[in-house]
Design a protein around this ligand. Sequence first.
Ligand code: NAD
Length: 281
Amino acid sequence: MSRNIIPAVTLNDGNTLPAIGFGTYPLKGAAGVAAILSAIDNGYRLLDSACNYENEATVGMAVRKSGIARSELRITSKLPGRHHKYSAALLSIEESLYRAQLDYYDLYLIHWPNPSRDCYCEAWQALIEARDRGWLRSIGVSNFLPEHLQTLISQTGVTPAINQIEMHPYFPQQAQRAFHQQHAIVTEGWGPLGRGSDLLQEASLTELARTLNRSVAQVILRWYIQQGVIALPKSASPGRQKENLSLFDFSLSPQDIAIIDQLAKPDGRIFGFDPASHEEL
Ligand code: NAD
């Protein structure tokens, strides 16, 4: 599939990202390099990684092996919770660049807010500084609730370009996404295919996919695209990687979308990772 078919999404800082990217957790080592190379070969240009996935070197290796110009790729990593203090955060970002052997990341996120530690504003100041030093092109956050975003914005005056959150038909995050829209924050979604839950076997989705002559994964990812949310599906399989990008030659009707929307649950988080209490270091 040609990368030209993937539309671009413009961020509040003027930079752009492809409308769908590739999740790299838990791809590592030689098998990880092969899987990521295959994803790039299949047309993915946005790669999502993190310090805590311990695979930034794997991503960097795949990028170098791919032969694709650096300017064509959008590479993401994330700051771990144990490095939220300002100086530790700057060092963490430098080390993250060294591990991937990159001069800059296109996107860097605070991985979790860890609110009980009350240090994410310091971490955000470090991301702002790293962006000003040219180490990062765009900066954002992950798993931030509206209250955390509000605090960041009011204390620093800098609005994140992205918030990467859990999102799938069980947990469509409508209120959180409305908040993003009001603040010109683009939503990225993790776990789009339900991370090995029963989502892909839901009867209403398998029936909808059958009528559209598509897979359930494609129906869900198309649902993402039509809401302007950047999905980050992960697959090591070249066939599934291709399948997950073949989304731009069909569309869902409002009735189709209504079928998917019926799967929403009040707390549909698959592993119960509520950012108000769940913390990762
Ligand atoms: P996912 O929803 O992408 O599910 C991945 C699973 O779906 C894999 O087991 C894969 O084999 C399977 N799959 C992929 N394509 C398929 C297809 N076409 N048909 C059937 N099965 C298919 O979940 P994920 O990996 O948890 O999330 C994706 C990415 O999001 C991660 O790789 C990571 O980059 C990111 N992530 C971020 C956070 C965060 O806190 N910011 C948390 C989790 C994941």
